[in-house]
Design a binder for this molecule. Structure first.
Ligand code: PRP
Ligand code: URA
Length: 206
């Protein structure tokens, strides 16, 4: 299920990210703002359990999250979203999956993986700004499912219809949260209009 944000601040921020003249500092700041807003939207389903709290006057009922939260950024570009998510979900733990897209085949290549315990009962958010062919997202979610994760959501900033279709084909009913659904892919597998290479723009490489 695709959740395309209609929040005005998110839509404005996507415009800032697309701007080719934004330097790495501006790009990172904008990515952080839009990621915070997406974290707020994408965490709206999290289950609560009853708790209690002592106010200065008396004890009263409160609520706490009923499940652990695990963030899994896809290296490298997903790293640009982690701090923003941790501001909204400060108790979340963070796994890392290292994947890069082979420039010729566009197939994902796995080069790193480290994950916290409790994937089985956690609400897991896979963070990657770009959902292009969907190869990287499918590989990341498959790795997490093989390790027992069952509640996995994908958070992307800019998605191509091809990538959304690929993920939905592989994982029926999966929730994908995105800030923008673009026209498609060009012949090099870049999202158009897109925002270019997210990893390069975050880290000033390329
Ligand atoms: C980018 C992006 C995604 C992937 C999307 O990473 O961050 O992980 O491409 O493309 P796909 O949907 O076709 O798989 P990239 O491979 O450029 O690696 P990087 O983040 O290290 O630059
Ligand atoms: N990866 C990116 O960083 N940008 C794209 O447009 C496609 C894949």
């Amino acid at each position: 299920m695709l959740h395309l944000s209609t929040h005005p601040l998110i839509r404005q921020e996507v415009g800032f990210l697309r701007n080719r003249d934004a330097d790495a500092t501006q790009f990172r700041a904008s990515l952080r703002r839009v990621s915070q807003l997406l974290a707020y939207e994408a965490s709206a389903h999290l289950p609560l359990q009853n708790a209690s709290v002592e106010t200065p006057l008396e004890t009263t009922k409160s609520k706490v999250l009923a499940v652990p939260v695990i963030l899994v950024p896809v290296l490298r570009a997903g790293l640009g979203m982690v701090d923003a998510f941790l501001e909204i979900l400060p108790k979340a733990r963070v796994g890392h999956v290292g994947l890069y897209r082979d420039e010729e085949t566009l197939e994902p290549v796995e080069y790193y993986g480290k994950y916290p315990d409790e994937l089985e009962r956690a609400a897991v958010f896979v963070l990657d700004p770009m959902l292009a062919t969907g190869g990287s997202a499918v590989a990341a979610i498959r790795i997490l499912n093989e390790r027992g994760a069952s509640d996995v959501r994908l958070i992307s900033l800019v998605s191509a219809p091809e990538g959304v279709a690929a993920v939905e084909r592989e994982f029926e009913g999966i929730h994908i949260h995105t800030a923008a659904l673009d026209r498609g892919l060009n012949d090099k597998g870049y999202i158009v209009p897109g925002l270019g290479d997210a990893g390069d723009r975050i880290f000033g490489t390329g």
